[in-house]
Every structure is written in structure tokens, then in C-alpha cells.
Ligand binder design. Structure first.
Ligand code: 6GU
Length: 262
């Protein structure tokens, strides 16, 4: 996969030399290129922004500079996705990561200030590029760089051959089960007066699996009721439904195939 990141702070992206993403680059699984937006400016001051039409606070990034940059980094032959990180975007989820992991090229356009002139996203959509305006959550950052790092790491670890043991991708939080992950434990068996739950030492695989699913359901109900409300009732067994009933969740009487609070 090819990934291009365009930013006025390319050094911000230097952490991509480290860890899993760095290894993927060394192994040739990821062709990652970071660019300085100012390389596409044409004036003496290397200007990338200007005041907003209609007035108001702050500065807006110029579409002409962005257009030159994106035209040059887009690989015309590839199935390219243009990603514009913005707090006003759709919220980035594991589903986006999974879908982006099979793209030929991702181009991240990192805005600063009040954002990028809205015609940039519109122009590339009109030109047939798949454009995603994405937020990483409900808070405001100073620019798209950190958000791009988050999305690149989430996507890169899904590229085939990236993670040592692909099984570790199966049960993790925000996977297909729609539940948070169960709590995990390792040695020593006794620490700070805290013991390991007995069942995990029993060697009884069916009981361990049931215990883990119960803890995942409890944890999800406690921390992410929105995820419980999104579970298809058809994906739950008798035991799941009994536990969820104790936690105050019952199949919707209108029978929409989902759960609701009792
Ligand atoms: Cl993608 N950009 C900025 N500037 N702030 C954010 C964000 C993105 N996602 C959440 N907050």
C-alpha cells in the first residue's frame, strides 16, 4: 500500500519511522511518503492560507496550493482514497480502518487553522476520487497530523502480513463481535493481594470462553451502552440474553431485532 501525507509540519509525522509502521516500511509492505505542503506554494512567503470569505475568525487553507500538492501525489493508476482529517468529519471507526486497509493508495491532507477550503474535497469527489472527511473523536486538535497518525496506525496493522499472529486481530475490542474485549491477566498469579480469577487456571476451555464472554458483555454494558443497543439479538445466545437481562437490557418489545433498557 502507498500512503502519502501532506502537512505544513512534516516533522510531526517522524514517529512513523518507529514500531510496527516503521517495520512495515522496512519490509516493503508500506510505501509511506511525507510531504511539506509549502513545496507547492508559488510566492516568496510560501503562503498556504488566507482570510475566510464571509468573515469570521482564523485562516483557511488555500485550495490552489492543496490542488497542486494532491494532483502531484495522487497515483492516477491506483484506487486512491483522499482522507481529510477534520473535527467536522464522520467519526473514524474500525470499519473505516478495515475498508481502507484494502486500498491501493491513501492520501492524507492535513489541515491546520480553520481547515481547508471546502472546494478541495468537492473537486476530488467530482474527479472520481473517493474522499473521506474523518474525525477521530469529539474533541478539537490543532491540526490533522495527530489524527492522521491514529488512522495510519489503525489501517497499517490490518495490512496482511503486518501483525505476527492474525488471531490477535479476531477477538480484540471493536472487532466483529461488537463487544469490548474481556480483561486479561498474566504472571505472577498473585500480585498486590489480587488473585487471578479461578476459572482461568482451571484449564476448562468452554468455561473460560463463557467467563470471557460474560466479562465482555458486562464491560460493554457498563462503558459503552451504545454498543449494546447496536447488537443484533440474533447474535446472542440464551446465556448472553440472561446476563443482559440482569444488567437491564431486554429484546425490544417492538421486535426490531435489537435490545432496549428494561
Ligand atoms: Cl481529524 N482534526 C482536528 N483538527 N481535530 C480533531 C480531529 C481531526 N478529530 C478530532 N478532533
Amino acid at each position: 500500500m502507498r500512503v502519502d501525507v501532506v502537512s505544513i509540519f512534516p516533522d510531526y509525522l517522524s514517529v512513523l519511522d518507529l514500531s510496527l509502521v516503521g517495520k512495515a516500511r522496512q519490509r516493503g509492505l508500506l510505501d509511506l511518503r511525507v510531504h511539506d505542503l509549502r513545496d507547492w506554494t508559488t510566492d516568496r512567503h510560501r503562503t498556504v492560507d488566507d482570510t475566510p470569505f464571509g468573515g469570521g475568525a482564523g485562516m483557511v487553507m488555500r485550495p490552489d496550493v492543496w490542488g497542486l500538492a494532491i494532483d502531484e501525489v495522487l497515483d492516477g493508476a491506483a484506487g486512491a482514497h483522499l482522507i481529510v482529517p477534520t473535527p467536522s468529519g464522520e467519526v473514524f471507526t474500525q470499519r473505516h480502518a478495515e475498508s481502507l486497509a484494502s486500498a491501493d493508495q491513501l492520501v492524507f491532507a492535513c489541515g491546520r487553522y480553520e481547515g481547508i477550503d471546502a472546494r478541495v474535497a468537492e473537486h476530488y469527489r467530482d474527479a472520481g476520487v473517493t474522499v473521506h472527511e474523518l474525525s477521530i473523536g469529539d474533541y478539537v486538535l490543532n491540526g490533522g497530523e495527530v489524527a492522521s497518525l491514529v488512522m495510519i496506525e489503525a489501517v497499517a496493522r490490518l495490512i496482511p502480513g503486518m501483525v505476527g499472529n492474525p488471531d490477535s486481530l479476531v477477538e480484540e475490542s471493536h472487532g466483529a463481535a461488537g463487544l469490548l474485549e474481556y480483561p486479561v491477566y498474566t504472571k505472577p498469579p498473585s500480585w498486590a493481594d489480587l488473585e487471578i480469577p479461578e476459572v482461568l487456571l482451571s484449564g476448562h476451555h468452554a468455561k473460560i470462553e463463557r467467563w470471557r464472554r460474560d466479562r465482555a458483555l458486562e464491560r460493554t454494558a457498563q462503558r459503552r451502552p451504545d454498543m449494546i443497543a447496536a447488537l443484533p439479538v440474533a447474535s446472542l445466545d440464551k446465556h448472553d440474553l440472561a446476563l443482559l437481562a440482569e444488567l437491564g437490557w431486554v429484546p425490544d418489545p417492538g421486535d426490531d431485532g435489537k435490545l432496549t433498557r428494561a
